[in-house]
Design a protein around this ligand. Sequence first.
Ligand code: HEC
Length: 154
Amino acid sequence: MNAAAPKTVYAVSLAAAIALTLGLVAFETAAQADAGIFDSSPFTTTDGRSIYEHICRGCHMADGGGAVGAGHYPALANNTTLKARDYMVITVLMGRRNMPAFGAKHAIGFGGPPLVLNDAQIAAVVNYVRSNFGNHYTDAISAEDVARLDPGSS
Ligand code: HEC
């Protein structure tokens, strides 16, 4: 009979521990699900502005003004080199010196899966940049044009 009391205490604390663990597991799962939704959004959207804001802004800045500091990130705003539409597409597809490649056949992961944009996404972000930030180029490009410019495609 004397042993009953400690057993009850043990059972209660065990139940509390299980409840706490379940709570923590549930919390962690929700956090991971949120992270997944956030991380995957740049890969599914074909909205040029959204792609720019998720990926390009980090280096070329919100106003397309570029940055000079630990590296040189050219301005995309009022950039006359973007007149050459194919030059911009090839830059995004294949990268250029310190500019990472985003084409599926060219992107390299840095300790993780590579950040890849499909042809429609590359067309969208190129069209967005070439018609915003003071750029007024009206010759929009299609996903098919991007595919044709990809040196890796057959
Ligand atoms: C990790 C930083 C980084 C990210 C992210 C990045 N860029 Fe760049 N980008 C660069 C650097 C650095 C250069 C300069 C490359 C060189 O040395 O010529 C560059 C150059 C360019 C150029 C050529 C500009 C010129 O005047 O020749 C274009 C166009 C460009 N980036 C577009 C984009 C777009 C669109 C995105 C998003 C899909 C993007 N970049 C994402 C770093 C980045």
